[in-house]
Design a protein around this ligand. Structure first.
Ligand code: RUQ
Ligand code: CUA
Ligand code: CA
Length: 647
């Protein structure tokens, strides 16, 4: 790469730094062997991003303007942004517009800070091997979506997928901690996920009761050791959002990628880039047209009820047949295949509930599919599913994800062009109908560099407010101080409230966010202190503390109250199976204690009024200073107890 890492940072000639784009685009393209998109590299250099200084020396005058988007000390942000953490396996929370990182929620990863994967409570959620260790210690979070009431977030739950091991996790929004994890049977590459927004049939249920999960990688079904490419299939899964149990699965042709759900609860959608059912990438991009696949939720559930199901490979989950051959008659079809070009990525529904935007990825287009027309097809009143496409504007190269404002505009990330393009849905529809004066594309802005996911403030709800767009970029290159080979990533904040998009902040983020949602802060109501009664093991009175022996099984009951633990020491015998239960009796907000045991690889925290437990074998005789790892008090260093393991 032509990057000169030693260039003084305060002496950059062009803060827009477009030269890096072409290099990266070329690398990306040569890797994939694509011909489409190469024209991006011959194009004239784009103008510097709006809001970015056009030449050195002009920076000064603009600082004041950017100051508008700063949150002064002591002030709070207007929004939360809940972001996936990619292959870190976690979820992060940021304040917007400041970009302050507020919390990391361990989900599929191990976390030494809170003891996720170490405490018995977290292991029970994660699932364990027969020897008691977590079944998986890795994960890959991509898509976060919250539960809804009446088309807007209800502040109860957030759901996030693990693409690596095909798991769905739920995070409680009051404590912002993961409370359930489910592994999907017979699925690999569980990628897109989305909560439903209401029931398709029962109008009283105007809130989330299901979570849909797309299976991206086809595998042999059953996957039992014989490799026959003709048997590779993908499943689309539905989970009960309340119990976090499987409801049903749909066997499909092609694959699922991202997922969207309609505001009336009737349809779920997934973009399909591998309708070819190819096993190698060149096979996956053989066809000019792939598809957006729609699921008729009510019909699927009728079929399940009527027992028109099979089961796969020992799983008890009912599977209905959603393949194209079995769903030719619209009036009984469970699925509807809308052809769109080519290897699409992303499917997003507009806040008015009328349109789905599906990006072309390998086609420079976005396909706009009208919700009512898909329903019409299911009623037998639309001859050709392709007729549900009402616009297909050319928006730029490598379009991926789309967010919406409250004025009928869509904002799509262009991976190859390193831009966000703003386009108007109504104008795009007019142009598709032949109106020569209609102009779909309204504005473009450079981002740095190669955006993946993009999303607008409240944009996945009826309350989309058109204030901010965040571009989660896949490469940051020269935008931040260099920190070795693994760069920070950029989440660029764009003000979309005016006619022109305006880049207003570069937020650095740790690898690797995929998707986020921006939620108004008034929707989120958290608790700062637990209720001791919620924990069945709670040591409710310090007087209950002690060592309780039952043969080789020993329970140590402890409480914490700054700056002491209730036991000054506790004695064990070599070989004991020990369970330590610790209840934090402090009631003061933010007064968390830690508990670390040297050489036993144990560390966790207990928040105010919380109880946690750990189980281990006392296999190393000696004296071990268990100490408080979380700074809590002037005597924090003195907050210790001794674990004495007698030989
Ligand atoms: S998908 S940006 Cu999960 Cu586009 Cu990553
Ligand atoms: Cu308790 Cu530090
Ligand atoms: Ca394809």
């Amino acid at each position: 790469m032509a990057q000169d890492d030693n260039k003084p940072l305060d002496n950059l000639p062009d803060p827009g730094r477009r030269k890096f784009l072409n290099t990266a685009a070329l690398v990306g393209l040569s890797g994939a062997g694509l011909s489409v998109g190469l024209s991006a590299c011959n194009k004239k250099e784009s103008a510097p991003a709006a809001g970015a200084p056009s030449a050195q020396g002009e920076v000064k005058g603009e600082v004041g303007e950017f100051g508008k988007y700063e949150v002064p000390p002591g002030q709070l942000d207007d929004y939360y942004s809940f972001s996936s953490g990619g292959h870190s396996g976690e979820v992060r929370i940021y304040g917007i517009p400041s970009g302050r990182e507020l919390k990391r929620i361990p989900v599929f990863n191990m976390d030494a800070l809170v003891g996720w994967g170490i405490t018995n409570e977290s292991k029970a959620i994660l699932g364990t091997k027969p020897n008691g260790t977590p079944k998986y210690t890795t994960g890959d979070t991509h898509h976060v979506h919250q539960s809804y009431v009446d088309g807007v977030y209800d502040g109860k739950y957030m759901f996030v997928n693990d693409k690596l091991h095909s798991r769905l996790a739920r995070v409680r929004m009051d404590t912002m901690e993961c409370d359930k994890i489910l592994e999907l049977p017979n699925v690999q590459g569980f990628h897109g996920t989305f909560t439903d927004k209401r029931d398709p049939v029962d109008s009283k249920i105007n809130y989330t009761t299901r979570v849909f999960c797309g299976g991206e990688f086809a595998i042999p079904l059953p996957n039992a050791g014989t490799d026959d490419a003709s048997k590779y299939r993908s499943l689309f899964s539905c989970v009960n959002s309340d119990t976090m149990e499987m409801m049903w699965q749909v066997l499909i042709d092609g694959n699922c990628d991202l997922v969207a759900t309609s505001y009336d609860g009737k349809l779920a959608a997934t973009n399909q880039y591998n309708t070819e059912m190819g096993v190698h990438y060149e096979d996956m991009m053989a066809a000019e047209m792939d598809a957006c696949l729609f699921f008729n939720v009510a019909r699927i559930e009728e079929a399940v009820k009527a027992g028109k199901v099979t089961t796969i490979a020992g799983s008890k989950v009912p599977v209905v047949d959603g393949t194209r051959a079995s769903n030719k008659d619209p009036k009984t079809a469970l699925t509807c295949t809308v052809p769109i070009p080519k290897n699409p990525h992303g499917v997003n529904i507009s806040p008015d509930g009328k349109y789905y935007a599906c990006s072309g990825k390998l086609s420079p287009t976005a396909s706009v599919i009208e919700h009512d027309l898909v329903l019409k097809w299911f009623d037998g009143e639309l001859a050709n599913p392709r007729d549900a496409v009402v616009a297909e504007p050319e928006i730029g190269l490598g379009p991926l994800h789309t967010g919406f404002d409250n004025k009928g505009n869509a904002y799509t990330t262009l991976f190859l062009d390193s831009q966000i393009v703003k386009w108007n849905v109504a104008e795009a529809i007019k142009a598709y109908k032949g109106d020569k004066n209609a102009k779909a594309v309204v504005d473009r802005i450079d981002v740095h560099y190669q955006p993946g996911h993009g999303f607008t403030s409240m944009g996945e709800t009826k309350d989309s407010d058109g204030k901010y767009f965040i571009s989660d970029n896949k490469f940051s290159k020269d935008r931040f101080l260099p920190v070795g080979p693994l760069h920070a990533e950029t989440a660029q904040l764009i003000d979309i409230s005016g006619d022109k998009m305006k880049l207003v902040a570069d937020h650095s983020v740790y690898s690797e966010p995929h998707d986020s949602i921006i939620v108004r802060r008034d929707i989120i109501k958290t608790r700062q202190i637990y209720n001791m009664d919620e924990f069945p093991l709670a040591v409710k009175d310090p007087k209950e503390s002690g060592v309780f022996r039952n043969g080789k099984k020993v329970t140590v009951k402890l409480t914490s109250q700054a700056p002491t633990y209730s036991l000054r020491e506790f004695k064990l015998k070599k070989g004991d199976e020990v369970t330590i239960i610790l209840t934090n009796h402090d009631k003061v907000e933010d007064l968390t204690h830690g508990f670390g045991i040297p050489k036993y690889d144990i560390q966790f925290i207990v928040n105010p009024q919380e109880t946690k437990s750990v189980t281990f074998i006392a296999d190393k005789p000696g004296v071990y200073w268990c100490y408080c790892t979380n700074f809590c008090h002037a005597l924090h260093l003195e907050m210790r107890t001794r674990m004495i393991v007698e030989a």
